[in-house]
Design a protein around this ligand. Structure first.
Ligand code: GLU
Length: 374
């Protein structure tokens, strides 16, 4: 569970701040908090390109609209986000302006990440901003995204951004100073982990979340983010943003917060997109033979191995593959057929595909190059 921190030269850094850090109840975006964050970021900005992923739009909008509770209806939440996002950016603009760091707002939706062309477009925009020495400030576009199609939390969003720009480090600043072996507010013997080598089920079991009204994410989403970052080869640190100068200490390799090691065999950019960036558009259940062929022998998925098809997807979209006892998801891949075609050829031998469809098409349902075993 523990090892050493390996931080190479960090040139591209993604910092994520939670709502709880940059807002205060009843006030929304908090000038002293945002000033402290700007000073902290400015202190490490020399020679680095930094992307800030900031929550706090909805919390700020709530304060501006005089709402004591997080709104429940989607339009109200979206209205709060609209009001809050501009108020938040206005403060960032002022705070980073004092450090001569120009900022640019980037609002992303899940579709900007799930659609390959839009994903590459978002990437190019971020890279162009960095080239202009502008610090992008990213949030989910809460005013248009509805719940079902959202990334949903900025922990996961920040890991996707880190992967998108090939960051050297992702730092999640929050109000706790790392991952504990138990809830420290309940168990006095709870111990903070300094480094985590792999996000095992045991590690995931350590996530103790308090439901509070301002933030969306908790430890669970931070560990999902850690998993995404690790697969992308990006080390991640969870640290307390309440501690002044914390970013400097993290970058100096000091033992603050919890460090999550990246995987050595990082997935390539396209496979990362398949594995993590996309909510799958459908689910295919495969038989035991196909499961073994895919997971143990590196084969492509053929129609003959498919037993069940769920969802309404197009060819070129990402689907989840389920199999084995309990039908757990074990892989994701880009399908060569749409759902209607696939229902016609399910279970078919390769030579029967043309006859069943009435035209010649692919042999594989998912080519091995477009498949990621999770
Ligand atoms: N995007 C939301 C906001 O800015 C927050 C999401 C999160 O806290 O993870 O209010």
């Amino acid at each position: 569970m523990s090892g050493t921190r390996r931080l190479g030269r960090v040139r591209r850094l993604v910092v994520k701040v939670g709502s709880g850090l940059v807002t205060a109840p009843g006030v929304g975006a908090s000038p002293p908090r945002i000033d402290a964050l700007a000073a902290d970021i400015a202190s490490v900005s020399e020679g680095r390109r930094i992307v800030l992923v900031s929550s706090g739009a909805i919390a700020t909008g709530m304060a501006r609209l005089g709402l004591a509770e997080r709104p429940r209806s989607i339009p109200e939440k979206q209205a709060a986000a609209a009001v809050g996002q501009s108020a938040l950016m206005w403060q960032y603009e002022a705070a980073f302006g004092r450090h001569r760091i120009p900022v640019g707002q980037v609002l992303l939706t899940a579709q900007d990440i799930s659609d390959r062309a839009r994903y590459l477009n978002a990437k190019n925009t971020l890279l162009a901003l960095l080239k202009f020495d502008v610090m992008p400030i990213v949030n989910e576009n809460d005013t248009v995204a509805v719940e079902e199609i959202k990334v949903g939390d900025n922990d996961n969003l920040s890991a996707l951004v880190a992967s998108l720009i090939d960051a050297d480090l992702l730092v999640l600043l929050t109000d706790v100073d790392g991952l504990y072996t138990d809830d420290p507010s309940v168990n006095a013997r709870a111990r903070k982990l300094d480094t985590v080598d792999a996000i095992t089920d045991e590690i995931v079991g350590l996530a103790h979340d308090r439901a509070d009204r301002v933030s969306v994410g908790g430890m669970a989403t931070k560990l999902q983010a850690a998993r995404k970052a690790a697969a992308a080869g990006v080390p991640m640190v969870i640290a307390s943003g309440l501690e002044p100068g914390v970013l400097r200490r993290v970058l100096d390799g000091e033992s603050v917060g919890t460090y999550f090691a990246p995987k050595a065999d990082r997935l390539g950019a396209r496979k990362r997109w398949i594995a993590f960036a996309v909510p799958p558009q459908g689910r295919l259940t495969v038989d035991a033979g196909a499961l073994a062929a895919l997971t143990q022998r590196g084969k492509s998925l053929l129609p003959s191995g498919i037993v069940e098809i769920e969802g309404d997807f197009d060819s070129g979209e990402v689907v989840a593959l389920l199999g084995g006892a309990g039908g757990k998801e074990f892989a994701r891949g880009v399908v060569n057929f749409d759902a209607t075609e696939l229902r016609k050829i399910r279970g078919a031998k390769t030579q029967e595909i043309e006859h069943r469809l009435g035209y010649k098409s692919f042999d594989e349902v998912i080519h091995r190059d477009n498949l990621v075993i999770l």
